[in-house]
Design a protein around this ligand. Structure first.
Ligand code: DX5
Ligand code: ZN
Length: 228
């Protein structure tokens, strides 16, 4: 079965002084999804952006906005992101008191729902909710910061999740997040991922204002994926 590969730039590494233009330009370069990292200085030791920024970006692009919640508690912010135009909302199961309830809440708000696993978080959280997830996000770094090094042990975990998804018979997207670059994206794809988050590898590639500044890095990732 051939998988469709999707590239999801993380705007965490974008130039926040011109975020709308960054989103427009990176999607024009051939990327598929905007990965939106939400950090609360509580669940993770960093603080980023919330629903207001999502709402501001919504009219700028038709691309899927994939909201990665690194917040605790989770539930009370979900309706705000849905209203702000998020398409996918994922959360870390250890940050939710009631995982089944949180997954249902996301879908009730009209979004696709997903669970996020840190490198050392057990996949057993999936045991009773496979029918309630549309996406599984595997962290290949510990969450909180862009620009970290890919943890190679997560490749085995990616293979394990790919098996679980295939056994489920459902169209669940498998996203890998952290340290993904041109030189390892094919390996991540071969392990079973189909959505590739890349922050520093894409937005760190250029700092000038040429609208085509991301074309070459996105094309290089696509070329690697074609070989996978
Ligand atoms: C880390 C975030 C990632 C991060 C990825 O907590 O979830 O999305 O921005 O950045 P890179 O691609 O630079 O590792
Ligand atoms: Zn992320």
């Amino acid at each position: 079965m051939s998988r469709q590969f999707r590239i999801a730039p993380s705007i965490l590494s974008a130039n926040f002084a011109k975020l709308g233009q960054e989103v427009t330009d990176v999607i024009a370069s051939g990327a598929d999804i905007i990965h939106f990292d939400v950090m609360d200085n509580h669940y993770v030791p960093n603080l980023t952006i919330g629903p207001l920024v999502c709402e501001s970006l919504r009219p700028v692009t038709d691309a899927i906005i994939d909201v990665h919640l690194m917040v605790k508690p989770v539930d009370r912010i979900i309706p705000d992101f849905a209203k702000a135009g998020a398409n996918i909302i994922t959360f870390h199961p250890e940050a939710s008191e009631h995982i089944d309830r949180t997954l249902s809440l996301i879908r009730e708000c009209g979004c696709k729902a997903g669970l996020v696993f840190n490198p050392a978080t057990s996949l057993s959280y999936l045991d009773y909710v496979m029918d309630k997830v549309d996406m599984i996000l595997l962290m290949s770094v510990n969450p909180g910061f862009g620009g970290q090094k890919f943890i190679p042990e997560t490749l085995n975990k990616t293979r394990a999740v790919r098996q679980r998804i295939d056994a489920s018979g459902r169209d669940i997207w498998l996203e890998v997040d952290g340290g993904v670059k041109v030189d390892n994206i094919a390996e991540v794809a071969r392990a079973g991922a189909d959505v590739f988050v890349a922050g520093s590898a894409i937005f760190g590639a250029a700092r000038d204002s040429d609208a085509h500044r991301y074309d070459s890095v996105v094309a290089a990732m696509r070329a690697e994926l074609a070989k996978a």
